[in-house]
Design a protein around this ligand. Structure first.
Ligand code: CA
Length: 251
């Protein structure tokens, strides 16, 4: 069977939303290096913004300089490289918060893709999400690292209760808040036509999965789709910062 080589195109939009005074989300990507990340920062004053932008910078610095064609056989396997990048990024944020009282406790979520030809690794810490649209069907790839999601998984809470819970903002893993962190790393194989959505919870709190599915199924360029998703989330309330990054696998 012939293996089709895919290439990727990407676009992203980030917006403050309608209620928050600043945007603590951040994104960054390099199509050439096959790395794509979204972060949602938290912390007092400007600390959330610092944590999320530091995370993007560190992840791109760690993984963005490697070009897939420069990687020789026998090199460190990609999941291990991605994990090491998460560890060093975590250390960078944590040590900065330790050095500066004003930044104490800052942290950020991280969701991202690392791609090499058809192989895709999804990296996740926190409650930002990765979805994949394939043949017009939307599938959530990541599991939220949040208190309510864990209660739902254990059967102690229904999904409806989780959405109403006052604890829905409590996340159980973040980058930079502790000395150590464990990322989820999920390996997938991309098919031509796959569309990956990386987004902060400012998108998924406002728009239902069926609505996101129908919007992404429109045959439009990624930048147009990003703009429409963000505008829809703002119209639905825009209570939080909204970020979406779309990565399309082309034939
Ligand atoms: Ca958020």
């Amino acid at each position: 069977m012939a293996t089709a080589v895919v290439n990727y195109t990407a676009a992203a939009v980030s917006d403050r939303g309608r209620k928050r005074p600043s945007n603590e989300d951040a994104f960054g990507f390099s199509v050439e290096s096959g790395v794509f990340f979204v972060c949602d920062g938290m912390g007092g004053a400007a600390a959330g913004e610092i944590a999320s932008s530091l995370a993007i910078d560190e992840m791109l610095r760690s993984l963005g300089t490697r070009h897939p064609s420069n990687r020789a056989a026998g090199e460190t396997p990609m999941p291990q490289l991605a994990e090491e990048a998460v560890f060093s990024t975590n250390q960078a944020i944590f040590s900065r918060s330790q050095r500066n009282q004003r930044l104490s406790g800052m942290g950020t979520t991280l969701v991202g893709l690392v791609v090499e030809e058809r192989r895709v690794w999804v990296v996740n810490v926190g409650d930002s999400r990765c979805y994949r649209l394939r043949a017009r069907r939307l599938e959530q790839i990541t599991q939220d690292h949040s208190l309510v999601e864990e209660q739902v998984r254990l059967g102690r809470m229904t999904r409806a209760e989780a959405l109403r819970s006052p604890l829905k903002n409590v996340i159980t893993r973040a980058l930079g808040t502790q000395n150590r962190v464990t990322p989820d790393i999920i390996e997938l194989e991309a098919e031509p036509g796959d569309l990956f959505l990386l987004c902060s919870d400012g998108l998924t709190r406002e728009l239902s999965d069926p609505l996101i599915e129908s919007m992404l199924s429109l045959d439009l360029p990624p930048e147009e789709l990003c703009g429409r998703l963000v505008n829809a989330a703002k119209k639905a309330g825009g209570h939080d910062n909204i970020t979406c990054l779309l990565v399309r696998a082309n034939q």
